[in-house]
Design a protein around this ligand. Structure first.
Ligand SMILES: Cc1cc2nc3c(=O)[nH]c(=O)nc-3n(C[C@H](O)[C@H](O)[C@H](O)COP(=O)(O)O)c2cc1C
Length: 355
């Protein structure tokens, strides 16, 4: 059996295969409430055979959304709308997951098809927050440096969102600590110039993420898998490094995080990212081997053989697909056919005659 199509069990959750849909913002919500678009978008990928479907970065509070169109998981209306979507995903045999997020200093920006600048408060935006008052780039809004009281409240917000997500039917949770958003802002020295317990040394810079992961782990049932998406490097000389990511992963594993989703970059505009096929897989491989924790590989994984090789070689337990899954929602079903294990994923009964 091709390993890509083999089931994997984490805590009390079994994924039918190792193909996950990477979280993808759809910028299509009002007040953070997901819509029929999300039902069809996420639902189609569950129909396509993925083992895991991770819903987009969802703000733990309104000002933690990247744009006014982003999803949230901080209100009952949002949870209710998500419930319909998670029920459909589960009904198709996929595990519904959600990415718990706070956009930090990259919040209050335009949806991408309208532009790439910050939206000032006078035009319907809001004041972002971050570890320090340093903006991401000139046309982004300068964040307010968080007080210790706000940092304490942030732990509670992540925990409240984690509980709300489980009530809405999600079966795995991912903490978004990558791509230049709040938790990445804290652990990268490029965006964190604090001189208190949350800035300076490695231990201090990772403190907020460690506290949030600890608090979520102790607030959710033992059976629920908890993942963390990390930017494994800032891709600049004086930034966050893969060696720091490995040490962070060891700490996260010790406190009960089950998988590191290995992405990179996003915290500074000047980073030069070598976007070649599978360019982040080596991070997943190193973290898996050196921190002894399950990993998910993501980034320019587009081929069936390529995806299977990532898992077969032991570089990662999971492959996450983003853009390729938009081009081909049936990638997992196609992979099962191509790898000669059609029986590994049952297509929906309504579609059986096509497969
Ligand atoms: C439309 C779109 C939206 C995205 N939104 C998110 C997101 O909500 N959270 C996240 O961590 N990454 C997000 N990403 C990044 C993807 O999850 C993925 O890491 C990246 O696209 C690389 O994978 P790929 O080469 O398979 O597209 C997004 C990517 C795309 C294309």
């Amino acid at each position: 059996m091709a390993k890509l199509l083999s089931p994997f069990t984490q805590r009390s959750v079994t994924y039918r295969n190792r193909i996950g849909i990477s979280p993808m913002c759809q910028y299509s919500c009002t007040d953070g409430v997901p819509t029929d678009w999300h039902l069809v978008h996420l639902g189609s990928r569950a129909v396509g055979g993925a083992g895991l479907v991770i819903a987009e970065a969802s703000g733990v509070e309104a000002i933690g959304r990247i744009s006014p169109g982003d999803a949230g998981i901080y209100s009952d209306a949002q949870a209710e709308a998500w419930s319909r979507i998670t029920a459909f995903i589960s009904g198709q045999g996929a595990v519904p997951g959600i990415q718990l997020a706070h956009a930090g200093r990259k919040a209050s920006t335009q949806v991408p098809w309208e532009g790439h600048s910050g939206i000032p408060e006078t035009q319907g935006g809001w004041r972002p927050i971050g570890p320090s008052a340093i903006n991401f780039k000139d046309d982004y809004i300068e964040p307010l440096a968080m007080t210790l009281e706000q940092i304490g409240q942030m732990r509670e917000k992540f925990v409240a969102s984690a509980k709300l997500a489980l009530a809405a039917g999600f079966k795995m949770l991912e903490i978004h600590a990558a791509h230049g958003y709040l938790l990445h802002n804290f652990y990268s020295p490029l965006s964190n110039q604090r001189t208190d317990a949350y800035g300076g040394s490695f231990d201090n810079r990772i403190r907020l993420l460690v506290e949030i992961a600890t608090a979520i782990r102790s607030a959710i049932p033992d059976g629920v898998p908890l993942w963390t998406r990390v930017s494994c490097t800032d891709w600049v000389d004086d930034g966050w490094t893969i060696e720091e990511s490995i040490e962070l992963s060891r700490r996260l594993k010790a406190l009960g995080v089950d998988c590191i989703d290995c992405s990179s970059g996003g915290n500074v505009p000047k980073a030069k990212i070598p976007s070649t096929p599978g360019y982040q897989v080596p991070f997943a491989a190193r973290i898996r081997r050196e921190a002894n924790i399950a990993t998910a590989a993501v980034g320019l994984i587009t081929g069936i053989e390529q995806a299977n090789q990532v898992v077969e070689s032991g570089d990662a337990e999971f492959v996450l697909l983003a853009r390729q899954s938009l081009r081909d929602p049936y990638f997992p079903l196609h992979a099962a056919a191509q790898l000669g294990v059609k029986e590994a994923i049952k297509p929906p009964i309504q579609y059986e005659r096509a497969f």
